[in-house]
Design a binder for this molecule. Structure first.
Ligand SMILES: [Zn+2]
Length: 78
């Protein structure tokens, strides 16, 4: 994505109706199956081989975080 067209996502995010603004970021909810046991012991269970990890990702800078508070204040487009 070039610098010139990345601003269009910022304006409307037509492909991501769920995107929301968090400070300077424009984030969407993501989830991904991760092999192994859940890092949180309360969500682990016997014989678990993979777990669904939920996280958020900024459409602009690509930064991923487990929750909004973990995002850096600055949104650096790369
Ligand atoms: Zn960002």
């Amino acid at each position: 994505m070039s610098d010139s067209d990345s601003y269009e996502i910022n304006a409307s995010a037509p492909n991501h109706p769920d995107a929301k603004h968090v400070d300077a970021h424009l984030v969407i909810d993501k989830s991904e199956w991760v092999p192994g046991k859940h890092p949180d012991p309360q969500q682990r269970h016997e014989g678990q081989t993979e777990y669904l990890e939920r996280y958020i990702q900024c459409l602009r800078c690509g930064q991923e975080a487990l929750n909004e508070r973990d995002l850096p204040v600055e949104c650096d487009r790369r």
